[in-house]
Design a protein around this ligand. Structure first.
Ligand SMILES: CC(C)(COP(=O)([O-])OP(=O)([O-])OC[C@H]1O[C@@H](n2cnc3c(N)ncnc32)[C@H](O)[C@@H]1OP(=O)([O-])[O-])[C@@H](O)C(=O)NCCC(=O)NCCSC(=O)C[C@@](C)(O)CC(=O)[O-]
Length: 306
């Protein structure tokens, strides 16, 4: 292995939230619990379980309080870090009622996308996040931040790196423990990824960021490799490659966790994930959605087993 490659990477599994929020089929609470249990059993220790948003906007996540209540009773999930997306005070009320310990706040570098997604401009969303973070910090919640449309917006096209730095600085000042940089519609290319990371390097420690790629154009693995070469070691992904934001025109699945696991383990980089068990978790949820996987690594893994 080249000396500058890390020995291990960290994977944040977003399948139960990002993966399911855009699916026509609404997965039952019981099946969500089984899916999350199977993911944890596969070695995924950080799992984004749900979101506390408006049911009219994202009906797939409308069972957040009940789901979280069921998850905390699962002995096999005692050690798992379960993350929940929270957009505003009302979302935080529900998250606290459910007993969550870790939340994720989210905004973007595009005003148009933010308006469509959360009915707020960037600055309005930062004000909401100020209020959420003040309470979250008081409650001792761990908080991750998301910034969407970092590499391009479906409505505005190119987005600003200066705005990215401003938003990231704001979130950092509020006390988020990391920021996940979203390629919401999968338009990034490896050169752009390297330039973006280089731009952020002067103001931030790189381990403050995770990379969140959607695989809309098949570029996610190339972008992950580019990030890795720049020193990034935290990556979001979704079992089976499910996912996408319903308010981002043209968005499709997240990079599949199987593609990450294959990429890293074939290069001798540890992920802590058992591919066999991960494939079982993905096959389980895909069967509930009556669909196949977009992941070539999962397809090849299952074909080689047959
Ligand atoms: C953000 C809001 C809530 C603003 O929604 P709003 O309509 O602006 O809210 P409002 O403050 O005007 O209130 C209107 C009504 O909504 C209720 N309300 C207000 N807030 C909540 C809440 N949290 N939960 C439940 N109910 C809520 C509130 O109580 C009120 O009820 P009423 O008085 O009319 O009966 C809404 O626009 C929304 O839910 N949007 C959905 C956002 C979403 O989940 N998008 C997908 C996730 S983001 C993503 O996928 C990108 C990411 C993170 O993966 C990274 C990447 O790939 O880039």
């Amino acid at each position: 292995m080249l000396s500058h490659m890390p020995k291990k990477v960290r994977i944040v599994e977003v399948g139960p939230r990002d993966g399911l929020q855009n699916e026509k089929t609404i997965v039952s609470l019981e099946d969500k619990v089984t899916f999350i249990r199977m993911l944890a059993d596969a070695g995924l220790s950080e799992i984004e379980a749900t979101s506390f948003v408006r049911a009219e906007k994202i009906p797939q996540m409308s069972d957040g309080v009940e789901l979280y209540g069921a998850l905390v009773k699962e002995a096999s999930l005692k050690k798992a870090k379960l993350i929940s997306l929270v957009p505003n005070d009302k979302g935080l009320d529900n998250a606290l009622r459910a007993g969550v310990k870790e939340i994720a706040v989210f905004t973007a570098t595009s005003n148009t996308f933010n308006q469509k997604n959360i009915n707020a401009t960037i600055d309005e969303s930062l004000k909401r996040i100020d209020a959420v973070m003040a309470r979250a910090n008081k409650e001792g919640l761990k908080t991750r931040g998301y910034i969407s449309t970092v590499f391009g917006c479906p409505y505005e096209g190119k987005t600003s790196l200066v705005e990215l730095k401003r938003v990231a600085n704001h979130l950092e000042s509020l006390g988020v423990h990391e920021i996940s940089l979203g390629d919401t519609i999968g338009v990034a290319n490896p050169l752009q990824v390297k330039e973006t990371i280089e731009f952020l390097k002067s103001d931030f420690s790189l381990d403050f960021f995770a990379m969140h790629f959607h695989d809309t154009r098949g570029m996610a693995v190339a972008n992950i490799l580019a990030s890795l070469e720049m020193g990034m070691t935290s990556f979001d992904s979704s079992a089976g490659g499910l996912g996408g934001c319903p308010y981002a025109k043209g968005a499709s699945g997240n990079v599949a966790t199987e593609d990450l696991v294959y990429l890293f383990s074939s290069m001798g980089i540890e992920t802590g994930v058992n591919m066999e068990k991960l494939a079982q978790a993905s096959s389980f949820i895909l069967s509930k959605l009556s669909k196949g996987s977009s992941s070539k690594s999962l397809t090849a893994f299952l074909a080689n087993k047959a």
